[in-house]
Design a protein around this ligand. Structure first.
Ligand SMILES: Cc1cc2nc3c(=O)[nH]c(=O)nc-3n(C[C@H](O)[C@H](O)[C@H](O)COP(=O)(O)OP(=O)(O)OC[C@H]3O[C@@H](n4cnc5c(N)ncnc54)[C@H](O)[C@@H]3O)c2cc1C
Length: 1150
């Protein structure tokens, strides 16, 4: 598939050859028509799947740290990109400016902002009209020359500046970004400039980006008809063309639509973008052009490549990255695609190239292996350096098959010919020296001999965790300086090759099965057998290499086992070699495809772990893969596992995939002189395609070389077996700023707290429909993978009812009309059951919760209980429980009832209506659900938007971040109590700002409609005052008696829960507020630090009642709630059930 860039070049070349007159620029209408074609259909997918989710994820922390956001978009086209962000982010934007030189676009943009209904405003909280300048963004003072406003406001500063659709026509690009950086608001946390760019690499000399992401799979599909192409081709070429005709080759490939690959990149810059000189003043740069082995990585344009020569240089790199919110890439052997990354600093470890051999007995710490010989390897070493040096000392470390591969191999696994005998390379790691990417400190873990212990290095608190993580996921947790391996006696090898031509896929399947079961499966551990499936000389072939290791050369003189001859035919070659000689025996280098163009090829690999390669469904995929290879050079390499690899338990090291017989390396190969062309892209696509087919059959995937490419996500999900959650937690702890972000992606730490949503409401209001849709909003949430499920709690009753009455259970469960017919009887049945077993509702609730232990978000429908949050939250005190009541108008419900085929107008309807009426009117509820969703509109937009705006925020990491700021203090205020220092959030860096921002955004009401923020000393004062100032609502203070000037009103307040726990507490006190400080009938929000037993809150609400404030006009926001203390239930019993209560954090303890 050609790229759009290729199309542009092809069109321009063709035009240059035919046209002589000067190029005529496109009119606004022509440009607009071309743009519309680009954005239609699949072009929009790039926005939906990449740009909008990336932007939302990137901007969320910035937006949460601000009350107001001021935004500038450069070249937004007819619609603002920011207008597609989730509602809670859009609502933060108070000022909006755009530079859109195309007059048609500028007008459409203005219309988009203004013409839609209020509910649909893209940026609903703008304080002024959008400021749309119909001029280009230029390097000089832009606004000065603006004809549209005539104003000069070049002092205008923004929190966020967006180059929306590439930076075409802006040269040099880095100057435009530097200009935008100058326009960022100067605050401690600054703002951000974000660029979205089509067609791959963005060259921005000397600028360092804060974050970058790519979307290589973007596709633009264009209808293959003259009218459309006549519009589209000039748009891509950039000027009016004499002869638009597209290459026939392109047209014929896809008769209806032309498909173009349209990769996209995002780069985000902060004010730190220009701080590179600070680093290069301290750390040497690599000399000349750095060539890395991975040719695709070589196409990236790093901001700089530094080459530390001392450990302190590496520390400088990390500290610079931490100070300037930058990331780093690391170069070991340079074989992966992630050692160089555009606009990112790469740290070349090449100067750390020493190998030290510590023979048995030299190590001070006892080693648990027979041979205590250890090898210390610095991470700039290549495999050949290590093998050469250790072999001379009679030792070996199990490594991989290629001499030039570097540290990435042994840090991420390391599969080699000794794996069956000695395990993976990472299994031999017993110690490491690492520069922490959290602090820049040098850490020593495991066996590190004193002479290899860098000055100032320390043993970290979490040494065991770090050593565990380095053994299999070691590129993710720090910059590793050296590794200590345990070593083994060096063997020699015999290598025997067979090449078996395969007639068809049946024979292929048979041979693979024989090879697996009869040959490989029977080999002793000092043997390993590799297989290759490839196409050569017009023939599908199976290559087999058998390696035998032995301490004595003589052993190899034994002839080939006769079984091998019978199954594979005559031996093709035989060699006896030492460990260095072994490198030259690899069949893919020496035997296949004429030696792969003398090595002048590039490759791309992904590796999956398989068992039973001969079974039909696996063998067929393998054979089909070779048959569909895009170039004759592509092949599959099956490396044998088992033996010691499988003996190590999955959780013993981070390398959790242990249960496999073969590592299948899907290898896409193309001639080196076609790097960066369609041939290379096709090979990469093929690799992902085959890997995708094999993934469901596999027992895991190799983490090495997986990276930020979205196509790696599915593979990474299977990369570490059961160790993923532990690795995710460690990543958050050991690399909290994501300095090493371009490594094998680990999942975001799973939601630490389960979210249980009770979806309640009237019959036919659409509860089940909404619950299902909300499940999909959670599970498809772009920036997090959330496991969600909806279940009906009434299914248990239906089962018991069916068993008792003989009613058809399936129909009760699935046939809506049938269920409604039985509703009165079901209700009576349930009520009768509850009379006999009063705790039945709780039992049902807990059964449903336990049944969904595997999900992070559980939606429960079918609940019939009054005030379920107050009634049940103490049963799940570690989870967040919310009730969403779905409401719909009577007519809407009737229509839905009819459409479900329930035309019953008789008693059932009456009964149904009665039961509805008893619950339908919210005014008759004597409690307040957490949210009410009005489900009257047709279509699912409003339902989805509700979830995005009100439910998804509960899954946001910021809440977890806040929870982590709450320190636990054991045995305070008395032994046995684990105190949560909620007020201590305000003492943490950024804690108060984060907490107040979350209080503001999580509040379900409209701040503008409240007259006061009320707080009671002392905890409430801290958060309420910061919040009141943020939302610009007056603050009302409640204090202990005697501290406020008269006239006051007062009530008795029992001691708070935590005071009761202290030994010297005083029982009760009066609290008071100034009498006329809030007008009677006002609406207020009470803000407090904690809701525990609810006694304090009850007193506050009583006091507000005395002041003439109704419970219904009162909302409560607390920072933390302790459901075990049943505060909500107390409030309900005391008549405050209709108060709206929300909490940011839920804690299980006291
Ligand atoms: C031709 C070829 C043959 C291969 N053969 C084998 C094989 O036989 N067995 C096998 O298991 N795998 C094999 N692989 C896969 C190989 O293990 C990975 O490609 C590995 O990532 C390469 O490591 P590197 O150091 O050469 O590459 P690099 O690109 O330099 O590094 C790979 C990753 O490691 C990180 N990294 C490097 N050094 C450090 C450090 N000091 N601290 C922290 N992170 C660091 C980098 O940031 C990068 O993410 C092969 C790959 C190729 C291309």
């Amino acid at each position: 598939m050609a790229t759009l860039d290729f199309l542009k070049q092809a069109l321009r070349q063709k035009d240059n050859a035919t046209a002589s007159s000067p190029k005529q620029p496109l009119s606004e209408t022509q440009y607009s028509a071309g743009f519309d074609i680009l954005m239609r259909g699949s072009g929009w997918m790039t926005y939906q799947d990449f740009i909008i989710p990336q932007l939302s994820q990137l901007l969320a922390p910035l937006f949460n740290s601000r009350i107001h956001i001021s935004a500038l978009e450069i070249g937004p086209g007819p619609k603002s990109l920011l207008g597609y962000l989730p509602g809670h982010l859009r609502r933060k934007i108070k000022r909006y400016t755009a530079f859109e030189p195309n007059g048609l676009f500028a007008t459409r943009l203005e219309e988009w902002f203004c013409a839609s209904s209020e509910a649909e405003y893209p940026l609903p909280c703008l304080e002024n009209l959008p400021n749309i300048h119909q001029i280009p963004f230029v390097l000089q003072d832009n606004i000065e020359s603006s004809t549209s406003t005539g104003t000069r406001d070049n002092d205008e500063k923004y929190d966020i500046i967006l180059f929306c659709h590439s930076m075409y026509g802006m040269r040099p690009k880095h100057k435009f970004i530097e200009r935008a950086l100058e326009m960022l608001i100067e605050r401690p946390q600054g703002g951000m400039v974000v660029v979205f760019h089509r067609d791959g690499v963005l060259h921005l000399d000397g600028l360092v980006c804060h974050r970058t992401a790519s979307f290589p799979t973007g596709v633009v599909s264009v209808a293959n008809n003259d009218k459309v192409l006549d519009c589209f081709a000039p748009f891509i070429a950039g000027y009016i063309m004499q002869d638009v005709g597209l290459d026939n080759a392109i047209r014929e490939a896809h008769p209806d639509h032309l498909l173009f690959s349209s990769p996209n990149v995002m780069a985000a810059f902060t004010k730190h973008a220009t701080t590179l000189p600070e680093l290069t003043a301290q750390v040497p740069l690599v000399k000349g052009d750095k060539m890395v082995k991975n040719r695709e990585a070589g196409l990236h344009r790093p901001a700089s490549i530094v080459r530390p020569t001392e450990v302190r240089h590496v520390q400088h790199c990390v500290r610079w990255a931490l100070r300037h919110e930058a990331s780093l890439a690391v170069i070991g052997g340079g074989h992966s695609g992630h050692c160089l990354w555009s606009n990112v600093v790469s740290v070349d470890m090449g100067a750390f190239n020493q190998v030290h051999i510590l023979t048995a007995g030299e190590d001070e710490r006892k080693c648990d292996v027979d041979s205590c010989s250890l090898i210390v390897v610095e991470t700039g070493c290549k495999t050949v350096d290590i093998v050469g040096k250790t072999m001379a000392a009679g030792l070996i470390v199990p490594l991989g098959a290629r001499p030039s591969v570097g540290a990435g191999l042994w840090l991420q696994g390391g599969i080699g010919h000794l794996a069956r005998l000695h395990g993976l390379a990472c299994d031999s790691i017993v110690g490491a020296v690492v520069v922490s990417v959290d602090s820049g400190q040098v850490l020593c873990v495991g066996h590190v001999r004193s002479q290899h212990w860098p000055v100032g290095a320390v043993r970290p608190e979490n040494e065991t965790d770090l050593l565990w993580a380095i053994r299999g996921a070691g590129t993710n947790f720090g910059i590793v300086i050296s590794i200590t391996f345990k070593a083994y006696t060096v063997p020699t090898y015999s290598v025997r090759n067979w090449i078996v031509p395969l007639r068809d896929h049946l024979e292929a399947r048979l041979r693979l099965s024989d090879f697996d079961k009869i040959i490989a499966g029977k080999l002793p551990r000092n043997f390993s057998a590799d297989a290759y499936l490839y196409w050569d000389n017009d023939q599908l072939s199976l290559g087999v290499t058998m390696f035998e290791s032995s301490k004595s050369m003589l052993a190899f003189e034994t002839p080939t086992p006769s079984l091998m001859g019978t199954l594979l035919g005559p031996e093709h070659s035989f060699k006896a070699v030492d460990s260095v000689g072994l490198f030259d025996t690899e069949m893919y280098m020496s035997g296949m495809h004429g030696g792969h163009g003398g090595g002048k090829t590039s490759s791309f690999k992904r590796c999956l772990f398989l068992k039973d390669i001969g079974v039909v469904n696996i063998a067929d995929i393998l054979v089909a893969a070779v048959k569909t290879r895009p170039s004759s050079l592509c092949y599959l390499h099956l490396l044998q596992g088992g033996g010691v690899v499988g003996d190590v338990t999955a959780d013993a090291t981070a390398f959790g995939c242990r249960d496999w017989d073969f590592a299948c390396v899907v290898t896409g190969v193309w001639p080196r002189d076609q790097d960066g062309t369609e041939a290379a892209r096709a090979a990469v696509r093929w690799v992902y395609h085959v890997a995708g087919d094999l993934l469901p059959m596999s027992t895991g995937a190799y983490g090495a070389d997986l990276g930020p490419d979205p196509r790696d996500t599915a593979l990474a999900a299977k990369a570490f077996g059961p160790n993923r959650p532990r690795l995710a937690r460690l990543k958050r702890k050991l690399d909290p700023c994501n300095v090493l972000v371009y490594t094998c992606p680990l999942p975001k730490a799973p939601m630490e707290q389960k979210l249980i949503l009770l979806v309640t409401g009237e019959s036919y209001a659409g509860k089940d429909y909404c619950a299902d849709l909300w499940v999909s909003v959670f599970t498809t949430c772009a920036h997090k993978s959330i496991k969600a499920r909806a279940v009906s709690i009434s299914d248990a009753t239906k089962r018991e009812y069916a068993a008792a009455t003989g009613a058809n259970l399936n129909r009760l469960l699935w046939d809506r009309a049938f269920k409604e017919q039985h509703r009165p009887a079901l209700t009576a049945f349930f009520q009768d059951q509850v009379r006999q077993r009063p705790r039945l509702p709780e039992e049902h609730f807990m059964n449903v919760v336990h049944g969904a232990a595997d999900v992070e978000v559980l939606l429960i429908t079918g609940m019939r209980d009054e005030a379920p949050i107050a009634a049940f939250s103490h049963l799940v005190p570690e989870s967040r429980l919310l009730e969403i009541r779905v409401e719909a108008r009577e007519e809407t419900r009737q229509v839905r009832q009819m459409s479900h085929g329930d035309n019953d107008t008789s008693d059932n309807r009456k009964d149904n209506k009665e039961s509805n009426n008893s619950r339908s009117n919210l005014m008759t509820l004597n409690y307040r659900p957490s949210f009410i969703f009005h489900n009257d509109t047709i279509g699912n937009e409003a339902t989805k938007r509700f979830a995005e705006n009100h439910l998804l925020p509960f899954a946001h990491e910021d809440l977890q971040r806040l929870a982590h700021m709450v320190r636990q203090v054991p045995d305070f205020p008395r032994p046995g109590i684990e105190f949560r220092h909620v007020l201590g959030i305000s003492q943490q860096p950024g804690g108060l700002a984060l907490c107040t921002s979350l209080l503001q955004t999580h509040f379900s009401g409209d701040w503008a409609k409240f007259n006061a923020v009320v707080c009671c000393e002392a905890g409430g004062f801290v958060y309420a005052s910061a919040l009141a100032s943020r939302v610009d609502v007056p603050l009302v203070l409640i204090r202990e008696a005697g501290k406020l000037p008269p006239p006051t009103i007062s009530v008795i307040k029992p001691a708070s829960h935590i005071s009761c726990l202290a030994s010297n507490y005083s029982k009760e006190k009066s609290i008071e507020m100034e009498r006329d400080v809030v007008p009677r009938g006002a609406s207020v929000v009470v803000v407090d630090d904690v809701l525990s037993t609810g006694e304090t809150l009850c007193a506050v609400l009583q006091l507000l009642g005395k002041a003439g404030i109704d419970a219904e006009d009162t909302s409560v926001m607390v920072v933390a709630e302790f459901p075990l203390q049943r505060g909500r239930e107390l409030l309900r019993q005391r008549g405050f059930g209709r108060v709206n209560i929300q909490s940011l954090l839920i804690f299980g303890g006291a």
